[in-house]
Each structure stands twice: as C-alpha cells, then as structure tokens.
Design a protein around this ligand. Structure first.
Ligand code: GLV
Length: 571
C-alpha cells in the first residue's frame, strides 16, 4: 500500500545524512524527501511532510523550517541525546519529539571501553610507530597503564553507564558510580558496583573516569578545574556523553600540567573542534569524531526504531513485515500480560510506539520496566508495542481492560492493524478458568492451543514435535446427545480470545492461541509456565538454564503486584 506511506523529510542519504545501509528500511516505511529537494519548493512539499527524521543533528529543527511543515507530527532523532532540540518549542507546535534510547546503549558502551583501553595501552601511539617509515627498532619506552584490577568511576549510571559497568566487570575492575539516584541493590551486585553519593569521592579514587550523562543544565560544565584537580595524576578522563559536560579550557590546562594523565574523548564542543584548538595538539589526548553509535547493526536498529514509531490502528504501512506478534488476551489472572512482561524485560525490547484505540479503558502509569528513577518517570499507556528487531519479534502489551461494549470494534481494529503491519504470525497468550473445564479438559497438562488454518500448514510439524493438546470443543448441551449440535469452543474468562480466534479464521489471518487453565490468585507461576511454553516454540532465549524460570528477567513493576510495597527509588 505504497500510497499509505507517510512523507518524511531527511537531510540526505550519504556523507552527512543517513548511511546507504539503512535506506532500505527507510524506503520500506516512508516516502523520503531530502532537504535539498524540499528547499526547491517548500510550498509544494511542506504540507505532505508528517515527520522529520534527524540524523547527525540534521535537518536542524529551526523555526524557519518547521513553519513550512504544517502537517508535521513528529521530529524523530537518531540517537538518544536530544540536547540540540528545543523540545518545549517543538511541542508547542503540536509536534512530538522522539529519540532512540536503548538501541544505542551497547555500541556506546563498547566505544567507552575502546577509548579506555586505547588510551591506557597507547594503541594509537603504538600504531603510528609501527607504520612510521622511519621506524627501525621498537623502543621499550611506550608504556601504558594497567586496566585489569584498576578502579573505574562511572558518572551517570543509566542504560549506557550500566553497560559500561557490565563490560568492566570482565576486566576485574573495582567499579564506583555516581548517579542522581542509587541503583537497586540487585543491579549493583550484578556488576559489583559501589555507589558514591559524593562525586568528589569517585573522582579521588578512580583510575579511569567515564562520563555517560545526558547534557542538561546540571551536567553542563560538570567537570571543570576543581573536579579535575580532585582526580589522580595517573587518571584518565573518558567522555562519551556530550562535549559541554567538560570545561574544555580546564581540561587543556589539566592535561598540560599533568593534573591528570590523559583524556579520551568521543565528543567535544564544537564537533569537529576548530583545527587550531589546543586539545588537538596535546600528546595525551585521544579524540574520535562522535562515532559511539557507528556500527552497521546499531544504525539499522536506530533507523528501525525511528521507522516503527509511526503506528496507528487506522492505517499503517507494513512496518513489521515478517515479524511475529505476541499479545495477551486480557483474561483470567492476567497471565498473558504477565508473560508478555517477562518477554519485554528479558529481551530488553524497545518501545516502538503505542496502539491508538478508544476501546480500552484509558490509563497511564509509570514505566513498568524501569531500572532507575529517570526511566520510571516515562509515561506508559494501555496498549504499547515493543520490538526486538533482531528476533523479528514484536509484542503488543495491554494494560487495561477492554470497554465491554467495544470488544467487537477492538477486535476489528486489531485484525486490520495486524494485517496492515505485515506480521507473519500472531500468538495470543491467554487463560481460561480452571474450574470450568469439562472432563476431557481435565486430562493432561493445563496448556491448550488453537491455530487458524492459515498458520497450521506452516506450524504443523512444530506443533507435532511439541506434543501440545488442542483446545477441546465441548458439547453445546452437555449431557444431551444431539447428533446435530456441533461441539463448540468455550473459553470462560478468556476475554477476546474466542472472538479474536474466530475473526482470524474468517479473515484468513495466521494466528495461534496458547492458553493455560488457571485460577485467579498469584498467577506469576502461570505466567512462567506460559512463557516457557512459548519459548519452547519460538526459541526466543538461547539459555538452557537448569532452572527454567531463572532465565527470565522479572520487571520492576512486579514488586507491586501482591502488596510488596512501593520501591522508594521509583516513585
Ligand atoms: O550521541 C549519541 C546519541 O545521542 O545517541
């Protein structure tokens, strides 16, 4: 449905704009128009543009440009930092701002480690000597500092900071961190990190100080003369956040005078630095051109996330072609939702957007998967879509009941969205009242499945191997022998399960239901059972843990489920 694709404005493909590698993703979702082309006739193109996709800070979201885009709905930034955007101003135009958190964390943490190791072990200096045509012998004076067993201070323990800690654990480093909020004891223990409430203590004790904070008024100039003077003369400063977090004049002085040993910077202010900037001629500085997220895999994940932000139940381009969709039926004990929670938190799925519908009871709440206070402050809504692009998996999590009279409308919206999005199959996680089983349903395990004819062909072998039982149809009038009455599907407490399955059969939609007979109560064990069965089929996790449930990561919100108290760090 090419005509349904939204028009988006980008700076260009190549050099300073989007890499050739990601153009296929962009073209799959959008009609692209490059800035140069746009500027030839803004009056003609302006009204078509629904989104602006920024890459490498371009196109700049300036009033002169935004005023030519009356239909603009979203400014989506490739990258997590949005310090270059005037968010209140953009919002005041009725335009949303989106970024790509989560998917950049691994690559950025890798870059922090690369800079740390390269600076400590003088990798660049060693390379230059090795390739210098004048080199005839290798001097032993090129001496680095030991990384293994040293002390690392992480300033900013969000997603990226935490990933730096995970990597540093492998180097047997003593890890200190400073953050607005302390992480949970479990998080700290998992990487062996100690919280330094006072930044000064971290600066005093660390051999390597890594900056991983967002640029905000509080973090601008966070590292200046005083902070640098607190660091060890043998210490190295690594910056993968933003150039303005460091007072660069103070840094130049500290590096010249030996206040600190070295600096390794992926970010500076400005970028690139003027060619005569003193930082460029210091021997103890390593600078990379803000390439923390520059890997083929990461830019593809970023662009995929930017593209799938545009999800609507009305019309949607085939944003999830070939993906499997997993969604809960809001049913007995909320077993499906709990199972989906386990998927989202274990697979670290990224929120791609929300499913817009007027059929669910409106609600909003904190981020159920938060691991720190900043994350918890994110607003979450009743129907949201999360993706793990590398697994070709999406989930639609639902957190509110369906308004009773709108169940049919909701099913219609779902079916048309699933079709338009190009999912190759949908798996509905459901449950039904245990106590209403008939005699045959009492046999075997409490798991049942249903599958539509259009998915059966592709899945018959897998189902045979899994040995699951199909949900039994029960007599229309139990006890009455009537040859004419067709046995019927009966799923008490199953919410939309039966309706959605029946609609999907009629619509030729490849859909399966995995259902557990259970009772209301503590349904966490049921959620584990259901998600383990799903994993037996879809193989989403590699780990073959002895203890089947320990491979799943429980989301923070579960501590609220049964009156466990509210974690003070979250609210
Ligand atoms: O700098 C990189 C980002 O903001 O993601």
């Amino acid at each position: 449905m090419a005509e349904d694709k939204p028009w988006v404005l980008i700076s260009e493909v190549g050099d300073e704009g989007f890499h050739e590698d990601v153009v296929d993703i962009l073209k799959q979702h959008f009609h692209l128009i490059c800035l140069k082309e746009f500027l030839k006739n803004p009056v003609l193109h302006g009204p078509k543009i629904q989104a602006m996709l920024m890459w490498n800070y371009s196109p700049a979201a300036e009033p002169s440009l935004l005023s030519c885009l009356p239909s603009l709905k979203v400014v989506a930034n490739g990258g997590v930092g949005i310090d270059h955007l005037d968010v209140p101003y953009i919002n005041s135009l009725g335009v949303k701002v989106a970024n790509t958190p989560g998917v950049v964390s691994d690559a950025t943490a890798d870059m922090a480690m690369a800079l740390l190791l390269a600076s400590a072990r003088m990798v660049v200096e060693g390379h230059l000597i090795s390739v210098d045509p004048k080199t005839t012998h290798v001097s032993q004076s090129l001496m680095g500092v030991e990384v293994t067993g040293s002390t690392l201070g992480i300033i900013g323990m969000g997603h990226i900071g935490y990933k730096v800690a995970q990597r540093s654990k492998g180097f047997n480093m003593r890890i200190l961190y400073h953050n607005r909020n302390r992480r949970s004891v479990e998080d700290e223990q998992a990487v062996g990190a100690s919280y330094c409430e006072k930044l000064d203590d971290l600066l005093n004790e660390s051999d390597f100080v890594v900056l991983v904070v967002n640029l905000t008024p509080e973090t601008t100039g966070l590292i200046s003369h005083r902070e640098l003077s607190l660091m060890k003369p043998t210490a190295t400063l690594i910056n993968v956040s933003r150039g303005l977090v460091v007072d660069q004049d103070a840094l130049v002085k500290a590096l010249k005078s030996g206040t600190i040993r070295a600096a390794a910077l992926d970010v500076t202010h400005p970028e690139p630095l003027p060619r005569d900037h003193p930082l460029l001629s210091l021997p103890n500085v390593l600078i990379t051109p803000h390439t923390g997220t520059n890997t083929h895999a990461t830019i593809r994940k970023m662009v995929h996330l930017m593209s799938t932000m545009f999800i609507s139940s009305q019309s949607s381009p085939a944003a999830f072609k070939g993906f499997t969709l997993v969604m809960p039926a809001v049913a007995v004990g909320n077993v499906g939702q709990l199972a989906v929670d386990l998927l989202v938190s274990t697979l670290n799925m990224s929120r791609a957007g929300y499913f817009h519908t007027d059929c669910l009871i409106p609600m909003a709440g904190n981020n159920p998967y938060a691991s720190c206070k900043e994350d918890a402050e994110e607003l979450h809504t009743p129907a949201e879509v999360y993706t793990a692009a590398e697994l070709k998996l999406a989930v639609l999590q639902m957190r509110a009941p369906i308004i009773q009279t709108r169940s049919k409308k909701f099913r219609q919206q779902l079916v048309s969205w699933i079709k338009a999005s190009g999912f190759s199959r949908t798996v509905v996680l459901s449950s039904s009242h245990s106590y209403q089983r008939d005699d045959q349903q009492l046999q075997g395990t409490p798991l049942r499945y249903l599958i539509t004819p259009s998915l059966l062909t592709a899945s018959a072998d897998a189902l045979k191997e899994l040995g699951w039982r199909e949900m039994e149809r029960i007599p229309a009038f139990p006890g009455v022998k009537d040859a004419d009455a067709e046995p019927r599907l009966c799923i008490p407490g199953g919410g939309i399960t039966k309706g959605l399955y029946t609609d999907s059969c009629d619509e030729d939609l490849p859909l399966a239901v995995l259902l557990l007979f259970c009772s209301e109560g503590d349904n966490i064990p049921d959620a584990f059972t259901l998600v383990n069965h799903l994993n037996d089929w879809l193989h989403l996790l590699d780990s073959q843990s002895q203890e089947p449930n320990s491979k799943w990561k429980v989301p923070t919100s579960w501590s609220l489920l049964f009156g466990g108290g509210i974690p003070p760090a979250l609210f």
